[in-house]
Write a protein that binds this ligand. Structure first.
Ligand SMILES: [Zn+2]
Length: 261
């Protein structure tokens, strides 16, 4: 069963068997996405993914709750570009921690952050360990930017090369063409790739092993990293179906992974 936290009544939450319940905490971002995508891209994609997940997956025998989506994250790397709204690292960490602490107080002890913005990932990894210790909770982080999540379908569909899928890119633009096409202006889509100095070093590059602390204007003049001109609505629909299916499979494994001793 999947339920939206905000749609439940207090007594329903009070009376729930919480020991095995998993609470999904979705977090997105409001930040510039070039001239062709809206600033809410990460949050819009995540919101749709959560809705499809709730509609299409059931998880019989399990209880899954979706907490209210946090639409703003840590996006200070985009702060040179208009429209970006960001929490500081400290504020984002405090907010997420206090949200989980509130839910822990009511008896929930299993959480997963489901994240659609790469700039949130590092702080979520830090928080998950802190909350494991401070709340004696099981805390998972799902991130699709720095994991293998998209690999299978990108192998089939990606037409751009290295760095073609990164930000406001072939992937995100395709997803937005499938989800909210009226918000996408493909006439303004322009591909842009980071300078070789940050992509082709033997040791120093955006993908490591030595990663510079970078902001978007260091690597992009238009706010795009990748190849949005290769995006299509058809690819976007396939990406979305894949994400719903794969996230469902992954959540089932999380539901069965009790690691707290
Ligand atoms: Zn994005």
């Amino acid at each position: 069963m999947i339920q939206h936290w905000a749609e439940l009544k207090s007594y329903e939450i009070k009376g729930m068997d919480k020991q095995d319940a998993l609470v999904i905490v979705p977090i997105g971002a409001i930040e510039q996405h070039g001239a062709h995508l809206p600033v809410g891209t990460d949050t819009i994609i995540l919101d749709r993914l959560m809705k499809e997940l709730a509609d299409k997956r059931d998880f019989p025998g399990y209880r899954v709750l979706i907490a209210p989506l946090i639409p703003i994250g840590k996006s200070n790397e985009h702060s040179d570009f208009a429209g970006t709204i960001s929490f500081s690292t400290r504020t984002a960490m405090a907010m997420l921690s206090e949200m989980c602490a509130s839910m822990r107080k009511h008896g929930f002890e299993r959480f997963i952050f489901v994240n659609s913005h790469g700039g949130n990932t590092d702080l979520l990894n830090v928080i998950s360990r802190d909350l494991r210790i401070e709340l004696d909770a099981e805390v998972f982080v799902f991130d699709w930017w720095f994991t293998t999540f998209w690999n299978d379908i990108l192998e089939e569909l990606q037409q751009s090369g290295d760095y073609g899928v990164f930000h406001a890119c072939e992937l995100e633009t395709s997803l937005m063409l499938a989800i909210r096409p009226e918000l996408v202006d493909m006439a303004k889509a322009e591909d842009e790739f980071p300078d070789a100095i940050l992509t082709h070093g033997c040791h120093v590059s955006l993908k490591g092993p030595i990663i510079p602390g970078w902001k978007t204007s260091d690597v992009s003049s238009k706010g795009v990293i990748g190849a949005p001109t290769l995006a299509t609505e058809e690819k976007g629909s396939l990406f979305l179906d894949y994400a719903v299916r794969k996230l469902g499979e992954m959540l089932l494994e999380v539901l069965n992974t009790r690691y707290r001793k």
